[in-house]
Design a protein around this ligand. Sequence first.
Ligand code: NAD
Ligand code: ISE
Length: 333
Amino acid sequence: MINVGIIGTGAIGTNHLRWLSTRVSGARVAVLFDVDAKRAAALAEGSGTTLGASAKDVIENPAVDAVLIASPGDTHAELTLACIRASKPVLCEKPLAPTSDECRKVLEAEVAHGSRLTQVGFMRRYDAGYRTVKQAIDAGSIGEVLVVHCVHRNVSSVPSYTSDMSFTDSAIHEIDTARWLVADEIVATTVIGVRRSSLAPSHLRDPQLVLLEFRSGVVVEVEIFVNCQYGYDVRCEVVGSTGVASLDNPTTGALTRSGARSEPVPADWQVRFGDAYLVELQDWINGLEKGAVRGPSAWDGYAATAVAESCVASLRSGLKTTVSLIERPALYA
Ligand code: NAD
Ligand code: ISE
């Protein structure tokens, strides 16, 4: 049995707590901590876990075998470093850190430790639709990958959401899945100005469009629209030299009548990727039972943040911006 300590019990932390407590086998949530003590206490009461006094207390608690970080992104690097210092495996929600410099500190610490402890919460790699697309590419079923078209739409954004977050918070998922699908690194990004939706908050550029160029010449086009009003919509179409592999929203039933057919659109990421979070958590626990951390790595977290940073630079300058990565350490070969 793997005893997990959770830091941060907001939207996704609560989701992870629920899955780990009810659906994931081989795990139990031993300790919870949130700076909002009332929130953590209310959750702990219903789930039979104890309350940590601080994040440090969770990480250093001898009863905790592994840590799940679900607090805001700007806390991730420091908490992940503390887990590495304590030699505890850690599943850190995306992003690994808001800046590539902070991500590099995590890489350096893990390389010095000598083995992988960190997994980043890029759960789309565990989604059935993305896995089908990945299998088609790897089996050579669509020939050579040439172009990828992605759509990432949310119903509405919270007031604190900024134009930069379209890349650092939302498109970072497409950046990771594109790197995983294409099995290459992104070398340049170009953000293209788009007519602003009149329904988006006035401080926000929404929607936005970005082109991601890979070393191999593959180009990925991503539309991010976080105030689309109608539902949560994630699509991906990979165009190859002999065919196309794509995914759409999973169908949960359709209504056909009066000469028209309609299907529900997921309400949010919890609905659309509910199964992916579950598969992600189960795979993390199965790996830990065998002493291995095998999901998206600190290198993946670093590369994704470096690309998101480049997108933000392109947004500011209006120009194509190069991505420069450090040499990949052998630990992440
Ligand atoms: P949230 O605001 O709903 O929850 C964050 C929680 O962390 C809050 O309860 C807050 O009180 C707590 N917190 C803040 N600082 C803390 C600290 N220093 N120590 C402990 N707890 C602290 O946010 P959220 O939507 O749950 O997002 C949390 C993280 O998860 C973010 O990094 C976000 O990008 C990521 N996320 C990932 C996905 C995904 O699809 N993988 C979806 C949503 C959020
Ligand atoms: C959120 O943080 C997530 O990670 C969701 O998966 C994403 O769709 C949303 O845009 C982000 O804000």
